[in-house]
Design a protein around this ligand. Sequence first.
Ligand code: B1M
Length: 211
Amino acid sequence: MDITQIKDTFVKLQSDETKNHVQAALDEGLDPVEILQNGIIAGLKEVGKKFEEEEYFLAELMMAGKLGEACIEIITPHLPENAGTSKGVVVLGAVEGDLHDIGYSLVATQLKLAGYDVHMLGVNIPSMQFIEKAQDYNADIIGMSAFLVTTIPNCAEVVKYLVDMNIRDKFKVIIGGAETSQEKAVSMGCDGQADNAVEAVALCDRLLGHS
Ligand code: B1M
């Protein structure tokens, strides 16, 4: 099984073929992280591009979301696990106005597998709720996903509230999602940004001194 086949059927939104290819690739012993990254995530990105270019519309975007979720469900039990004591506590959610949850859930899964205690807040989370939950769970890290140019500024709002409340030093603040960047993170006063779930784990490790 060639992983590009998975991406190709994914982009064509051929649901059964894609899921069968994913299962076949796993059965053949291909790396589940590669299947995820170069098959499913690459497929979702390509669908996003087609949407941008108006070759695909909202219905296709929604179908891609559903298919992505179904494939991730097949792959997740095969992802490598790091059994050990908790490396730290992370509260994670998508900012207010943002309903994209595939990337956010993948980041949560990878962090859990890497040994973090992750509290998934969900999507469309108001800024103050991130802070309240971080306090409730005694979190080390506040993680925010933002996927739209209109929702990214909400990450800055969380930092502003932390500063106003005089508790900025209590938490590391990280962001991620399509359209975010390290530059945007720094300009909003965050501690870092990651482009994907694997990098998110490395970022948390670095910020908490695990690497
Ligand atoms: Co939407 N959408 N969408 N969408 N959608 C994007 C994000 C878009 C880039 C597509 C495009 O035009 N190219 C575009 C945003 C453009 C912009 O703002 N500049 C867009 C748009 C416009 C919209 C709507 C406004 C469309 C409309 O209604 N007209 C609407 C907004 C809804 C809302 O949130 N209020 C909308 C809706 C939807 C669906 C509901 C149909 C569906 C989401 C389904 C779901 O999530 N359950 C959807 C989808 C599927 C996409 C694309 C195609 C795929 C997103 C995805 O799941 N990617 C997307 C195109 C793209 O991303 N290039 C797009 C795969 C996922 C694994 O990657 O989400 O990037 P990603 O997550 C990665 C990293 O970003 C990172 O790690 C993850 C795993 O590797 N990461 C973090 C994520 N969070 C992190 C947090 C971290 C660290 C790393 O630390 C805390």
